[in-house]
Design a protein around this ligand. Structure first.
Ligand SMILES: O=c1ccn([C@H]2C[C@H](O)[C@@H](CO)O2)c(=O)[nH]1
Ligand SMILES: [Zn+2]
Length: 130
């Protein structure tokens, strides 16, 4: 599944809209239903209005009715590895467990595997919202 997720993330990266940063990113999420949901970064001329590949993939997963992430793969065209940004770590954590695996890929495959708790230790938790 690791390899399938890598291929899906790479395919998603090809759809990035990143004319400003020229930094295409692709993400693929394996959800509880066994399906893969993909995303790419989508930038905007008004720079802060763009968003990340992981965020697009989460949107696709949620709109398909899924709320549990099993595994994630992320790939960028121009970096050896592309660990999710802080905001995406928080968004991924919303639908993950501490041991959910995140595969950091380059163009040849999975290069590093981290857990959600590696990426976001001491994450925000509260019982205030039930
Ligand atoms: O984990 C990351 C980090 C960055 N980006 C995007 C945001 C922006 O479009 C470009 C450069 O930061 O890469 C992602 O999609 N995911
Ligand atoms: Zn991000």
């Amino acid at each position: 599944m690791e390899n399938e997720l890598f291929e899906a993330a790479r395919g998603a990266m090809a759809k990035a809209h990143a004319p400003y940063s020229k930094f295409p990113v692709g993400a693929a999420i394996l959800a509880e239903d066994g399906k893969i949901y993909t995303g790419a970064n989508i930038e905007n001329l008004s720079f802060p209005e763009g968003w990340c590949a992981e965020t697009t993939a989460i949107s696709h997963m949620v709109m398909a009715g899924q709320s549990k992430i099993v595994e994630v793969a992320v790939i960028a065209e121009k970096l050896a590895l592309c660990p999710p940004c802080g905001g995406c770590r928080q968004r991924l954590a919303e639908f993950s467990g501490a041991s959910t695996r995140i595969f950091l890929c380059d163009e040849t495959g999975v290069k590093k595997t981290l857990s959600m708790s590696d990426l976001l230790p001491h994450s925000f938790e509260t019982e205030v919202f039930g």
